[in-house]
Design a protein around this ligand. Structure first.
Ligand SMILES: [Mg+2]
Ligand SMILES: [Zn+2]
Length: 186
């Protein structure tokens, strides 16, 4: 019997799952879910997808908040997701600033590569959902299908253009889940 295919969706965090802020999200109190985003995660889970977050968190490198604050934000995210039956399997984050020249900060594909290796999935079958151009660029660099949501900075990203070829656009994470799962069943 063939093993069932592993299925993963990779999500950016700020502006996709939770409300973004130009002043950074620095504490659990500032972490506020976007309407319908946690339910969308639950819907993806129900369709057999693991949901993994890949997020740039340069606020750590800038000293705006520390690891315990980041952990507390993610505890809140996991707890609220669980209240609607959603599960986030892992959170990968880049704590560096652009000056650090790391391989994990998007638009570099390092975090996405770590996720596809850890979960043993193929990039071309692993969609990446983000609201910023660098999310889509990281996806395209690894060969993951890029999906832009218009929440967060998404409308600015759409207006600025230069989206990677094949980028699909959705109003928000809720719309992504509906569109993506409908397409899967065609
Ligand atoms: Mg974002
Ligand atoms: Zn990094």
């Amino acid at each position: 019997m063939p093993a069932s295919p592993r299925k993963v969706v990779i999500l950016d965090r700020d502006g996709v799952i939770n409300v973004d802020s130009d002043g950074f999200i620095k504490s659990p109190d500032e972490w506020v879910a976007l309407p319908g985003s946690l339910e969308a995660i639950a819907r993806l889970n129900q369709a057999g997808y693991r949901v993994v977050v890949a997020t740039n968190q340069s606020g750590i490198g800038r000293g705006l908040f520390d690891m315990s604050a980041l952990n507390a934000m993610h505890e809140k995210m996991h707890r609220l997701a669980a209240t609607v039956g959603g599960r986030i399997d892992a959170v990968f984050f880049c704590p560096h600033t652009a000056n650090d020249q790391c391989d994990c900060r998007k638009p570099k594909p390092g975090m996405l590569r770590m996720i596809t290796e850890r979960f043993e999935v193929e990039a071309q079958h692993t969609p990446v959902v983000g609201d910023a151009l660098r999310d889509l660029q990281a996806a395209a660099a690894l060969g993951c299908p890029p999906h832009l949501v218009l929440s967060g900075k998404g409308r600015q990203t759409q207006a600025a253009g230069e989206l990677p070829p094949g980028t699909q656009i959705h109003d928000d994470l809720r719309a992504f889940a509906l569109d993506f799962l409908a397409e899967e069943h065609e």
